[in-house]
Design a protein around this ligand. Structure first.
Ligand SMILES: Cc1cc2nc3c(=O)[nH]c(=O)nc-3n(C[C@H](O)[C@H](O)[C@H](O)COP(=O)(O)O)c2cc1C
Length: 226
């Protein structure tokens, strides 16, 4: 029997059925599943998870864990919940993540997930002055939707984009080896609602909605399911 491929699908929009980023990741994941039935999907929508606050108690638990100190019951509970979220990343052979741009960056719930799981010696190492990845995610796809178009030589240059740049960096930092992205510019006002873009495992990296050919990421093939 073929080994299972565990795919972590991260959804970051609260807009459910109306969400462009969720429609795109779902479409991609469905195409991957029909191509490779051994794929098992774990869907994590950051708005449905009742993520714990990363507050004084959670940070206290983190530092006690580092120092192997005894935690209060509340600290143990939050640390266990953090571990269970980390586990979902550690289980993943593939990641498919979709996110809207919010105020040039990420929706705060996605950043909350990152702050919860980005724990040293779980997702990455930091030895001396060097960071090292701890996950072994061979391939991942990130789908970025945004209402405007971000392009050098236009009034909104690429330096305004703290969404794709940050998340690409973070996913590589924790151990995604082959990361491909689908960037959907000009997605405001139901850009995709009348004609949902069909994604397949073997589509090249895409930039949709701006009519742009000059993106350096348009040459190779996305294969999060392969
Ligand atoms: C709170 C909020 C902030 C937004 N900020 C930006 C922004 O800074 N730049 C941009 O281009 N679009 C922005 N948008 C538009 C969304 O990125 C865009 O509509 C996206 O396609 C929504 O994805 P979704 O349908 O998956 O939720 C924002 C939308 C919301 C709701």
């Amino acid at each position: 029997m073929e080994d299972q491929v565990k795919l972590l699908e991260i959804q970051s929009s609260p807009r459910g059925e109306s969400s462009d980023s969720i429609a795109l990741t779902k479409s991609f994941v469905e195409a991957c599943k029909s191509d490779n039935p051994s794929i098992v999907v774990d869907t994590l929508n950051v708005w449905n998870e009742s993520l714990p606050e990363f507050d004084e108690g959670a940070i206290g638990a983190k530092y006690k864990a580092v120092k192997h100190e005894t935690m209060t019951e509340a600290e143990s509970n939050v640390w266990e919940r953090i571990q269970s979220l980390i586990q979902r990343f550690q289980n993943a052979d593939r990641i498919v993540l979709g996110t809207p741009m919010w105020n040039f960056g990420l929706p705060y719930k996605l950043k909350q997930l990152i702050d919860l799981v980005a724990q040293r010696n779980y997702l990455f190492t930091y030895v001396g002055k060097q960071y090292g990845p701890l996950l072994k995610v061979g391939k991942a796809v990130a789908v970025y939707t945004r209402g405007s178009r971000y392009l050098d030589g236009t009034p909104i240059p690429i330096s305004f984009d703290h969404q794709a740049s940050y998340l690409d960096f973070w996913l590589r930092l924790i151990g995604v080896r082959d990361l491909r992205s689908v960037i959907v510019d000009n997605a405001l006002n139901g850009f995709l609602t009348s004609s949902r873009a069909a994604a397949t495992c073997y589509d090249p990296d895409l930039r949709i909605g701006g009519g742009i050919a000059a993106d350096p990421r348009t040459t190779s093939h996305a294969a999060a399911g392969g």
